[in-house]
Design a protein around this ligand. Structure first.
Ligand code: SF4
Ligand code: SF4
Length: 101
């Protein structure tokens, strides 16, 4: 017998993508280009899409780059935003892992 648990994403709860309602025309291009089906069209015509499955987002940026109005932007997880500063030089850098080029 196994137990199944559902845990909320602690880093980007429901906010992997944010929309600017002033700019969005509800064209749903972002919905169409998303390969992970994170977004769904808003039932109210002309309104920004609904972020349906935020935990499925790969942060590929396709929705942002194809938006004709520049109305959406990525909301990166906190652990991907951290930068470090070298005391000696003041250089700001991000930690790179072996799989990063
Ligand atoms: S592609 Fe841009 S303008 Fe079109 S629905 Fe998405 S956010 Fe809104
Ligand atoms: S960043 Fe990529 S995976 Fe995430 S919602 Fe946009 S198109 Fe979909």
């Amino acid at each position: 017998m196994y137990n199944a648990y559902f845990l909320p994403s602690p880093m980007t709860p429901n906010e992997c993508i944010t929309f600017d309602p002033e700019k969005c025309i509800g064209c749903n291009t972002c919905v169409d280009v998303c390969r992970c089906d994170v977004l769904m069209p808003n039932p109210e015509k002309g309104k920004e899409p609904i972020v349906m499955y935020p935990d499925e987002c790969w942060f590929c940026g396709a929705c942002v780059s194809d938006c004709p109005k520049g109305a959406c932007r990525l909301n990166h997880p906190v652990n991907q935003r951290i930068a470090w500063k070298r005391k000696e030089t003041g250089e700001i850098f991000r930690v790179k892992y072996s799989y990063m080029k």
